[in-house]
Design a protein around this ligand. Structure first.
Ligand SMILES: Cc1cc2nc3c(=O)[nH]c(=O)nc-3n(C[C@H](O)[C@H](O)[C@H](O)COP(=O)(O)OP(=O)(O)OC[C@H]3O[C@@H](n4cnc5c(N)ncnc54)[C@H](O)[C@@H]3O)c2cc1C
Length: 381
């Protein structure tokens, strides 16, 4: 067994850490306050090849792997989790779904601009009656001549509201040609498709520089060949790439937890000469020891899941373990560090309040903690 990172992984870690420190962190508080979307930072990420790490060079990528991608997601999320979320939705889910299930034409049309970083993508699964129960969708796509006619709505869809978004991959109920049986398929909807409307932007408690919207399809028409992969397997395809999404959420959560720890250490060192007894006691160092240990475990868990994926091994259980543990751990660590900062942790001038609010999201998206436990229990049985 070898726990060493390769030279390439170390290089990605150093490059993304430097980028987070120099480019992201100085802007993070302002972005969170104003909600200004960081197009210029995404351009810089594209120039560094970050958007294409796991995809082959022939599709505009850097021919790296998923371990490298997730090391980068952790490091950028240490600066601000908005960028981890951008990479998760665009690369781990949307880009990968096109890469694995798309035709050569689809890859050229949609994957290449994503991997080169000129466009971002979105995935649309959640609906008013479907999220945890992902199969409960009501959106339909009916084949009429050479077009899919889509009707329905999606909610809480990240990325598609941004100016540089090109497509959303949606799940929709379709009918098989031969026996007319209803199945769930995945269809690519370009942002400029007729009668596709991006609705209200949600006002969130954090991650203000990212956008999450409602979507409406009212007899929206897209060409027949915008179906992605197998008509019968859309649901399974979507769930398969969401496994990688869960590894990404674990990496983001680890990044936030590490950022909390870094802040706590700085704060503790600054205040350790204070006569106040709580800083002189062992309470804070003991807490920091627990926090460091939990971060190490979160990191090992997402790296193991990503490594299994790179080996082509089954990693469903490990991805769920990593997502559940790292997201709940990030929330706990943010809470603990906020207490160490108390009452300064409650002030916006310290980033800890941003980490605290951002961390909560990762217990919800791409499957709530309850759903992770349900899937893990089913796998174990
Ligand atoms: C900021 C943000 C961004 C998002 N981005 C996207 C996106 O880009 N694309 C997308 O498709 N979705 C996105 N989502 C949606 C998100 O993934 C879902 O909201 C989430 O998976 C929960 O699903 P739900 O909304 O159906 O909640 P529900 O299923 O209604 O869950 C409500 C509560 O019930 C619990 N629950 C439900 N079923 C069970 C059960 N069987 N056993 C025990 N407990 C249960 C849940 O754990 C939860 O606590 C986003 C959400 C947010 C907040």
């Amino acid at each position: 067994m070898n726990f060493d990172l390769s030279d390439e992984h170390k290089m990605i870690r150093e490059m993304s850490r430097h980028f987070a420190n120099e480019v992201i962190s100085p802007r993070a508080e302002e972005m969170e306050r104003t909600g200004e979307y960081p197009y210029d930072i995404i351009d810089k990420m594209a120039q560094l090849g970050i958007m294409g790490i796991p995809f082959p060079k022939k599709y505009g990528g850097s021919s790296g792997d998923w371990v490298g991608m997730h090391i980068c997601i952790e490091e950028l999320s240490r600066g601000d989790a908005t960028f981890g979320a951008l990479l998760d939705v665009t690369i781990s889910v949307t880009g990968q779904e096109i890469y694995v299930f798309g035709t050569e034409d689809q890859k050229k049309k949609w994957l290449v601009p994503i991997a080169q970083g000129t466009k971002i993508g979105a995935f649309g699964l959640t609906e008013p009656d479907a999220g945890s129960d992902a199969a409960g969708i009501k959106t339909t796509a009916v084949l009429k001549g050479e077009e899919w006619v889509i009707n329905g709505s999606k909610q809480f869809i990240t990325n598609i509201g941004m100016d540089n978004a090109s497509i959303v991959i949606i799940t929709a109920k379709t009918q098989r040609d031969l026996d007319g049986k209803t199945v769930i398929s995945t269809i690519v909807v370009p942002k400029d498709a007729p009668d596709f409307k991006v609705g209200q932007k949600y006002e969130k408690m954090a991650m203000h520089a990212g956008a999450t919207h409602e979507l409406f399809f009212d007899d929206c028409r897209v060409p027949r060949d915008f179906l992605l992969g197998n008509i019968n397997r859309g649901f399974a395809q979507h769930l398969a790439v969401l496994e990688t999404g869960r590894i990404s959420i674990a990496a983001m959560s680890t990044g936030i937890a590490q950022a909390c720890y870094d802040e706590a250490i700085t704060f503790y060192r600054q205040r350790s000469h204070s006569p106040r007894s709580f800083l002189e006691s062992q309470r804070v160092p003991f807490k920091l020891a627990d926090i460091a240990m939990r971060i190490e475990l979160s990191r090992n868990m997402y790296l193991k899941a990503a490594w299994l994926k790179d080996q082509g091994e089954r990693h469903r259980l490990e991805a769920h373990f990593a997502k559940l543990y790292a997201s709940e751990t990030a929330t706990k660590i943010a809470t603990e560090v906020l207490k160490i900062f108390s009452p300064f942790g409650y002030l916006d001038e310290y980033p800890i309040s941003r980490y605290f609010r951002q961390a909560k999201l990762f217990e919800i998206v791409e499957g709530t903690s309850e759903m992770q436990r349900l899937v893990i229990a089913r796998e174990l049985m």
